[in-house]
Design a protein around this ligand. Structure first.
Ligand SMILES: [Zn+2]
Length: 459
């Protein structure tokens, strides 16, 4: 017995499990940094102050380096990779300790079994999810391009209610994508009202981030206003050179909405390129009914010509960034060798002149082979900085837990938070360190109603 009693006494002698001495604390509120020591008991901050005479089971000297809350990433696509790398090293190494899934209108459904799998997976990070409007709609209507009937809306509301009971943080929409694109705003509002009544928020990958970006911001605000819930423009950006500079107008719309009492906010990542499927170059109507239906449309010459015209237009003025070299493959499951090659490279390799018309043909061929994940260079640095600087903007990666060494992925999964700190705080001084940390911790915590997270505070 003696050694056991001694063992217990030994641990009682230390009031803290961890004491971090002499830290420069950037506390997540945006307030200027200050020096203090931090004592942690279990998984909770117990004391902040002068602990020079205290020791923990573990003592660390921060030597005046920054101590900040773990970062919260409100927009990730980690639900596949997190089970391959439960340590989520690409996020943990940036200081991100909470990942939110289910964005862009797409989530696991039902949510409960997925969250149970997450709960038992021994992750290095906290993990939460939204429920996706596109997923709800697909469960009831499939990929059909039409309005939902009143009964179908009731079914979606019931599924949304269950997802909220299962633990969803709110409703995500991806009205750019199929089937979200086929949804009238009224139908989204009907579901948002259910989610809002249960305390959820709304996060919006907008219907249009290019020529129609202002209308899409208005739609996002309207969903919040009529749905009775906080609403957020996610990964806010302005796509297409002809539209560059319009973030001045979109930010003004958001500020005006707030001035009249709509809780509308923004998240963004610090890059001038986006990433999504090559299907983003296709008109949404051509994707109704799924891949088989697309192949049938491409086999009909008149429809093929209409599809191609839209692809040409999108290369010129939208996600294609005005030039086929601005669309770079990240991952092509059917031909991994294409990763890192642009639409221009692939068109040339097929022996064709690199024209926008021929690049559209290449895009069609790619889609006929089930498409690729791609990186689209079509955003201006000026808009990136203006959006990051807005007090309404928090930082989110839109990334995933990648399979290391595979493909040529967008760097956002590995670098979003580090890049904000290195480039936009240290090098360009677009943000102060305190602002940047607030946008990564205290701000997303309050948006998610995680009132005991995101700040360096006792408890
Ligand atoms: Zn998105």
């Amino acid at each position: 017995m003696f050694p056991l009693v001694w063992f217990a006494f030994f641990f009682q002698a230390s009031q803290y499990d961890v004491v971090i001495h002499h830290a420069r604390i950037v506390d997540g509120t945006g307030s200027p940094w200050f020096y203090a020591d931090v004592g942690v008991r279990g998984d909770t901050i117990a004391t902040i102050g002068d602990l020079r005479n205290e020791t923990g089971v573990l003592d660390l000297d921060a030597h005046g380096h920054v101590l900040a809350p773990g970062f919260i990433d409100i927009h990730t696509h980690a639900r596949r990779g997190i089970f391959l790398d439960p340590a989520a090293q690409n996020y943990i190494r940036q200081g991100v300790t909470t990942l939110m899934e289910g964005p862009d209108g797409s989530s696991p459904l039902p949510l409960a079994p997925f969250l149970e799998k997450i709960r038992t997976a021994k992750l290095a990070v906290n993990f939460g999810s939204f429920v996706g409007q596109g997923t709800l709609r697909q469960a009831v209507l499939g990929l059909e391009n039409r309005k939902a009937t009143p009964e179908e809306i009731e079914k979606q509301k019931a599924l949304a209610r269950q997802a909220m009971y299962d633990g969803a943080f709110g409703l995500s929409t991806g009205l750019f994508y199929v089937p979200g694109n086929f949804t009238p705003t009224d139908e989204v509002v009907a579901i948002a009202q259910v989610v809002g009544a249960l305390g959820g928020i709304h996060t919006s990958h907008m219907r249009d981030e290019a020529a129609g970006v202002e209308d899409s911001v208005k739609e996002t605000i309207r969903i919040g206003e009529e749905g009775g819930l906080p609403t957020q423009v996610t990964h806010h950006k302005i796509i297409g050179k002809a539209n560059w500079g319009r973030s001045a107008a979109t930010l003004e719309l958001m500020e005006k909405a707030r001035a009249r009492g709509v809780d509308a906010t923004i998240d963004a990542y610090p890059y001038t390129a986006s990433s999504t499927s090559t299907a983003a170059l296709f008109p949404q109507w051509s994707l109704a009914g799924g891949n088989k239906a697309l192949l049938e449309r491409l086999a009909a010459p008149e429809q093929r010509a209409r599809i191609k015209a839209v692809i040409v237009e999108r290369i010129l003025t939208d996600r294609g960034g005005g030039d086929p070299k601005n669309v770079v493959m990240a991952n092509c499951p059917w031909d991994p060798a294409l990763a890192g090659k642009s639409l221009a490279d692939i068109t040339a390799a097929r022996g064709h002149a690199v024209t926008v018309e021929n690049a559209a043909e290449t895009a069609i061929e790619i889609e006929q082979k089930q498409g690729c994940q791609a990186v689209f260079h079509a955003i201006s640095e000026e808009d990136v900085q203006r959006i990051l600087r807005s007090p309404l903007t928090m930082i989110a990666s839109d990334g995933e837990v990648p399979e290391y060494g595979k493909g040529a992925p967008h760097p956002r999964s590995y670098g979003t938070f580090s890049r904000v700190l290195a480039r936009y705080v240290r090098e360009l001084r677009v943000l102060t360190l305190e602002d940047a940390v607030h946008k990564m911790s205290g701000y997303p915590a309050s948006r998610l109603k995680l009132y005991d997270r995101g700040l360096i505070r006792p408890g």
